[in-house]
Ligand binder design. Structure first.
Ligand SMILES: [Zn+2]
Ligand SMILES: [Zn+2]
Length: 123
């Protein structure tokens, strides 16, 4: 049995988002491995290590933060609602940009210290 093209099927199939219930189509831009919903940015805890689909947890993973890599590329930090496992996933070209911005700005909108006093000291 010989084939010229071997396709990895599991990363190429559509799935129903566990959080918003919308159908997520196979990745077509920006990523080779669709691992989160572009509409609500939630993911699912299915991997033990990236892409292996061997976790038995299967719970919803919530987007909790943005992490910027040294090349400027954004990744979303996902935290599992059930077991607390945290993982980073590259953003995709069709991710909801308003939600991405909201996650990135969240710490700035909930400062744990008063901004006024800080500005007076540094200016
Ligand atoms: Zn969703
Ligand atoms: Zn989990």
């Amino acid at each position: 049995m010989s084939r010229d093209v071997v396709r990895i099927r599991h990363s190429d199939e559509s799935f129903i988002c566990m959080h918003c219930g919308r159908t997520v189509m196979p990745a077509d831009s920006g990523t080779s491995n669709r691992n989160h919903c572009p509409h609500c940015l939630h993911s699912r805890h299915v991997d033990l290590t990236s892409g292996d689909r061997r976790s038995g947890c299967r719970s919803v993973m919530k987007p909790i933060g943005i992490w910027v890599q040294s090349n400027g590329e954004w990744s979303i930090l996902h935290r599992c609602e059930r077991c607390g496992f945290i993982r980073s996933n590259r953003i995709a070209g069709d991710d909801n940009e308003v939600l991405l911005l909201g996650i990135a700005a969240r710490p700035l909108s909930k400062l744990p210290f008063p901004l006024e006093g800080l500005l007076k000291e540094t200016l």
